[in-house]
Design a protein around this ligand. Sequence first.
Ligand code: PRX
Length: 630
Amino acid sequence: MTRYRDFHRRSIDNPEAFWRDEARRIHWETPFETVLDRSNPPFARWFVGGRTNLCHNAVDRHLAERAQQNALVYVSTETGIERRYTYAELHAEVNRMAAVMRSLGVKRGAVVLIYLPMIPEALFAMLACARLGAIHSVVFGGFAAPNLAARIDDAKPVLIVTADAGARGGKVIDYTPLVDEALARASHKTPRVLLIDRQLAPERLNASYLVDYEPLREQFFDAHVPCEWLESNEPSYVLYTSGTTGKPKGVQRDVGGYAVALAASMEYIFEGKAGDTMFTASDVGWVVGHSYIVYAPLLAGLTTVMYEGTPIRPDGGIWWRLVEQHRINLMFTAPTALRVLKKQDPALLKKADLSSLRTLFLAGEPLDEPTASWIAGALGKPVIDNYWQTETGWPMLAIPRGVEALPTKLGSPGVPSAGFALTLRNELTGDPCPPGEKGVLTLNYPLPPGCMSTVWGDDQRFVSTYWSSIPNHQVYSTFDWGIQDEDGYVTILGRTDDVINVAGHRLGTREIEEALSSHPAVAEVAVVGVTDSLKGQAAMAFVVLRDAQAYAEGNTRTKLQDDLMTTVDRQLGAIARPSRVVIVSMLPKTRSGKLLRRAIAALAEGREPGDLPTIEDASALQQVREGLQA
Ligand code: PRX
């Protein structure tokens, strides 16, 4: 491990020297003056004074050498559409999009909210924002109107980019009515909505704020929009993620640090070289999509494959056929997708020619040993688990095969990446844990390049949420439990807070509770994550009714449970829908009124909750047991 150890130590002992070298991977229009500004901890500013642009580095810079190489391969099994864009064509499309946005008033520093399905225009719109120096905020297309409204109010966009519809599993989802409802709910008034009309929605909304993209694209067909050179620390994007409160946090990212970190990760972790093809099966609405569908592969001159559809339609061999057809070298997805594929006919995997594939990367949720062993055996290629968060932007833990081909260890995503001064700490004392002892996974100041700069519009929240939860030390908390072995490999043991992970999607139980509480029949509610063999975790809701009598008879209970699920669909989106709603007459709480969520989760998983010295009324446990049996 000496090569890795030296490499990692260098990045921690002298981050300035380490990252100064790494910064050569990107083009700086104006060189930076200071590698790292540590004057205001816990804030860190990377490459201060340097001017650069993400779009220039991802697109324009490659025109000299790879104008005719594919930059983007787009495949939709929902619409049957397949398109390829060379770097030259991508450049042209991004310029058109940027010109259209500029004509609609988008300027440097303005926010553009992107609410799009997996279509090439999502990638064009993100890069067009980067080109103009505008800040994109991509909202996952599966989120419902109230969720979208909350993000509109927080991000205050000057423009929303949307489509007439998305599609999943053959079902068309109209987007314009959702945007319309969100606009009506939001206090912030967004003047314009740019519409990509895929002609999928049976009935397209007509509203005065809607502007059709296609005629404007024609109008600006030959446009050339120069890149705005941004100071390295100006924001590139805001991406909302769930936490312990009901209010999502806007993770703010910089420009220069992000570009350098992603480019470095492509060499040290992903081993992606210019000319390679990478297929990241995620969504542009998540951080994995931002970093490894859009920016990192393009920064490094790869071809990125963007896929709209599910892994099992038209059949469970579709992803493997994509590998064969497009000679995919690197693939990246979440363990849930593999658990789904594991249930398919194994012959589907054997039928495809997977000789181009070098490595499969998995992240977003714990990789269970049966799935890891199955896929590693079936592919006969390295399967690299990697651990990170929306906040960090790129993997904190992985096997840095580009530095040294360390062995993988089942159950562990690997060792700390460059610049991550990772320490497991005792939750009560804040002291570092010896190897083999469970602790909270923390990062020492400064966070490396690529990590969040702050919470959008709320520096105080950045400090109070992330840097204030460990006693006696100002360190960044990941809110994950972990354990580190003598070799430095870390195993993740679940969240320390009320965040759950359903099919690789991060959800706040508080948000789901708030959605359920908005239903008039609900007096009290607790949402917990329970182990699920397919999705890793599932949300289960325990509800106390206002008027239990009124709902006591016959079918009304089932109808109410359906109603409550629909409420979550409408408020948050179907991805947040609980797998089950259990009606109980009381919830276990402490004497000070705090919900005993861990006890509820234990019961839901059929375990005994253990000693609960602070419980107010122990009969509540029995109520939960009975509710689960009903
Ligand atoms: O709990 C950890 C889990 O997912 C959380 C971050 O989710 P999100 O912000 O959506 O970012 C996903 C980026 C890949 C983490 O706090 N998590 C992520 N990767 C892993 C993981 N848990 C176990 N193993 C992983 N490889």
